[in-house]
Design a protein around this ligand. Structure first.
Ligand SMILES: [Zn+2]
Length: 303
């Protein structure tokens, strides 16, 4: 997901998931009810070797804790701010050492201002450039919300007896993607290079590419052991085989759309015929089959 603009269906689905019963039915009676306060729950799961994942609203947050301090990977968006602070404080009282943004999207960087006040933000140079861009939707972020340590290829963080390797993959989900490897724990946070169990959003307008994701995942797969635990950008914890299945779905989708193009089909025809319907089970608002088809077709130049 990126730059999530909550709309009713998504909010209702979200509320339903949490069992909060937040409804959007019109108010009955003559006095309008106050809008329901939106509760946000964050679930904490231990992965391995001090690495945890926090699942709330937005991208999966990685939290690495130990005696020397805390590393936080991604920070979701405004509604989860306090719930994330509470969940991280419950894991560790140690000082925060670094906050890392896996990429630019608002559902991964939306709490940068308050998280950046607790530790320096680290990200690929393009993440900072896009967040600071005067032409950014909603305006450039103020200095406290911007990454202060940037890199081009990658870097290593040494913390809690662990070597944390951060590696950039070019032009995949965006043009500023990072994957985070915890070597001892054998855990990898993939950022949005991997949407587990759902269609991906791939941001062609910010340097992303479907083919680029396939190439990045191919390279990433060569770097993973068979028993690695994967924290995807979105979706449940995963294994290497899940990432292989995801890669194959992307490559197959490219082939299916190319074949339709060779038959002279327009995007509209492809949508009517639902050329990606075999993957319909991966649809999850707002990551719909048609939206993904549109992304693939657009990348391939379909009219
Ligand atoms: Zn994203």
């Amino acid at each position: 997901m990126h730059l999530v603009t909550p709309h009713r269906a998504a909010l209702a689905a979200f509320a339903g998931l949490l069992g909060l019963g937040i409804g959007f039915a019109p108010a009955t009676g003559t006095v309008a009810s106050p809008p329901p306060r939106q509760e946000v729950a964050v679930e904490t799961l231990a992965v391995a070797g001090g690495v945890h994942v926090l699942v709330g609203r937005g991208g999966n947050v990685g939290v690495f804790v130990g005696d020397e301090g805390v590393l936080v990977i991604d920070d979701q968006m405004k509604p989860t701010e306090q719930a994330l602070f509470d969940a991280i404080d419950a894991l560790s009282k140690a000082p925060w050492r670094f906050v890392l943004n896996t990429h630019v999207h608002g559902d991964h960087t939306g709490n940068n201002a308050s998280f950046g006040a607790r530790a320096p933000i680290v990200a690929h140079a393009n993440v900072r450039a896009r967040l600071a861009d005067p032409k950014r939707d909603g305006g450039p972020l103020a200095a406290p919300a911007l990454p202060v340590v940037t890199f081009e290829e990658g870097l290593e963080l040494h913390l809690n007896g662990e070597r944390v390797r951060v590696k950039h993959f070019a032009n995949a989900h965006t043009d500023g993607d990072s994957v985070v490897f915890f070597e001892r724990a054998n855990v990898v946070h993939t950022g949005d290079l991997f949407f587990h169990g759902r269609f991906p959003i791939i941001d062609l307008d910010r340097g992303g590419s479907v083919r680029g994701v396939v190439e990045a995942v191919d390279e990433l797969l060569t770097m993973l052991s068979d028993d690695v635990r994967l924290i995807p950008g979105h979706g449940a914890l995963a294994r290497k085989s899940d990432l292989v299945a995801y890669r194959d779905m992307l490559a197959d989708s490219l082939k299916l759309v190319e074949a339709a193009q060779r038959e002279g089909k327009s995007l509209e025809q492809m949508q009517q015929e639902r050329v990606l319907s075999k993957y319909a089970a991966l649809a999850q608002q707002p990551n719909s089959e048609q939206r993904f088809l549109e992304t693939v077709a657009r990348e391939l130049g379909a009219k």
